[in-house]
Design a protein around this ligand. Structure first.
Ligand SMILES: [Fe+2]
Ligand SMILES: [Fe+2]
Length: 211
């Protein structure tokens, strides 16, 4: 089985299972207990969606990598985060300069590239855009975006309906989660990330049923 997986994933320098194990070890060192619960929740929820959508074992492994990496640097001190992003050659946007914690997504994606030589765009974009979304995001990125909001440790009004909907109709569920996220940003006077606005506009222009 392992041999089969290694052959199948031969375009990755490190076998994906090894990456997942390494990420789990790093998670235990870098994040709070609460965050760990969230990360495990995202891993679990994204795999449930993958099962529902009939995704291949390789796609499921990719989802696990994204889940375990996406918030790996969410609890590190912001000064360290800024230092890491400089070292990785990330140029922060105007908003990221004001809210450096947002850099945790890009830093995690760059870390995967450097540490594990992962250049798989499906994995990298899913990590980069897990907070903001992106108008061109693919299916794995959408699954993580959704799982980040719906995993079992999250609680907010309407979450049960959204959890049900995502398994009944992924496209509709994704749209409702996007809508809910935007409403939350406005209701709580938070920053509306430009990528989120673009994703919304693109979705409306394409037609909600084609998300
Ligand atoms: Fe995050
Ligand atoms: Fe998260």
């Amino acid at each position: 089985m392992l041999k089969y997986q290694q052959e199948k994933n031969s375009h990755f320098n490190t076998p994906l299972n090894t990456v997942i194990d390494e990420l789990k070890k790093l998670m235990n060192k870098l994040v709070t207990k609460e965050r760990k619960k969230h990360i495990l929740g995202v891993a679990n929820f994204s795999i449930k969606i993958a099962e529902r959508l009939g995704l291949s074992p390789e796609k499921r492994q990719k989802l696990l990598i994204v889940a375990f990496a996406h918030d790996l640097f969410r609890d590190v001190d912001v000064n360290k985060l800024i230092k890491m992003s400089k070292a990785f050659g990330i140029s922060p946007s105007f908003i990221e300069l004001k809210k450096p914690i947002l850099l945790h997504s890009k830093v995690a994606a760059e870390f995967l590239k450097i540490r594990f030589k992962i250049n798989d765009e499906e994995i990298l974009e899913a990590i980069k855009y897990h907070t903001s979304g992106h108008k061109d995001m693919g299916l794995l990125a959408k699954i993580i975006f959704v799982a980040d909001s719906l995993e079992e440790s999250r609680e907010y009004p309407g979450i049960e309906e959204l959890r049900k909907l995502i398994f009944e109709d992924f496209t509709k569920g994704f749209f409702e989660i996007l809508k809910n996220k935007i409403s939350y940003v406005i209701a709580n006077n938070l920053i509306m990330l430009p990528d989120l606005v673009e994703l919304w506009n693109e979705t409306i222009l394409k037609g909600v049923e084609k998300v």
